[in-house]
Design a binder for this molecule. Sequence first.
Ligand SMILES: Nc1ncnc2c1ncn2[C@@H]1O[C@H](COP(=O)(O)OP(=O)(O)O)[C@@H](O)[C@H]1O
Ligand SMILES: [Mg+2]
Length: 372
Amino acid sequence: MLGGGQLGRFFVMAAHEMGYQVVVLDPDTNSPAGKIADRHLCAAYDDQDALNVLAETCAAVTTEFENVPADTLAYLAKFVPVRPGAEAVAICQNRMKEKGFLKANGLPHGPYAEIHKEDDLKTCDVSLFPAILKVARFGYDGKGQARVANREEAIAAFQGFKHEACVLEAMLPLDYEVSVVLARSASGEIKYFPVAENQHTRGILDVSIVPARASGCMMGDAQEVAATVAAKMNYIGTLGVEFFVTRGQLVVNEMAPRPHNSGHYTIDACVTDQYEQQVRALCDLPLGDASAHSAAVMVNILGDIWYLDDPHHAKEPDWAKLYAVPNLKLHLYGKHHARPGRKMGHFTVIGNDAAEVQSAALAARSAIGIRD
Ligand SMILES: Nc1ncnc2c1ncn2[C@@H]1O[C@H](COP(=O)(O)OP(=O)(O)O)[C@@H](O)[C@H]1O
Ligand SMILES: [Mg+2]
């Protein structure tokens, strides 16, 4: 496993359930997945010795982190199956390539311009404003993004990003956001998890609601687009595709070449979860039943709530408030240090009645001190 965050940690747990051993490569000594792996290689993603250990000791390699250098994946692929492959990850890790991929394949996406130099901001279509300037590489959870009203603000933001390559996206009026998480096997078989409706707060996923409150037709269309994305990339593994619904139309926002935060709910609400699907696809096993046995609402727990009483001293939240809620499952990632905006855990409320699940989850969310 390349990468050792919470997505990798859930993968390790799923692999252990199935009797596998996992080696995790992650440069962080406190990596959540590294701590529970059979072996943690604490080294950079391009460390040649570490890559050789993976090549020699592993039967297959996957990733939980889209910013693993594509060269690392290509190198490992000389020795063992690497799923998803370097090309798919290279597309998803670069917003410019990602947009180019959508355009080339006739897939719906919002208006945008490639920004390589300041001049591109002076000459781009004025109808893109108000817009969001996003660095092409290494942005996540709203980082490396600036909302800009006009060309002047865009130029200032571009300078702030040290003239790094960016995409400028028109700010779209969002009806709501949904995501499709699917698994695709080496033979091209696809299993879809139910579509999630996602609410973001300050650019970070806050709440996922399943089933999404979208029409069946809209959800079917989203799944079809996601399947085309996967097939065109020859994707093998679990894939997340984020969509905007804007003026009733679906457009792809971005793709994640790994399990997705909005798919955490599958752990508690589906027959097979997104991590087990990743293991199955990696190991050439039949994909599992991805259907949900319950309605679910997932709430992300960020480090902010460690600082509700004192902004300078972290205090562990009172988890008993969550454990007291029936049908609520709490998942904490074992991260050492809580920081505002850092994903520390999540909880999922499940049940038969979608409206009841939603009100219970939102009540638990405010009880633990999460603010809008
Ligand atoms: N072009 C856009 N128009 C409107 N909202 C946007 C746009 N781009 C991003 N957002 C909002 O910001 C969130 C995070 O942006 P995204 O590009 O998905 O970055 P990240 O990699 O941090 O998830 C989106 O889920 C959406 O709520
Ligand atoms: Mg996103």
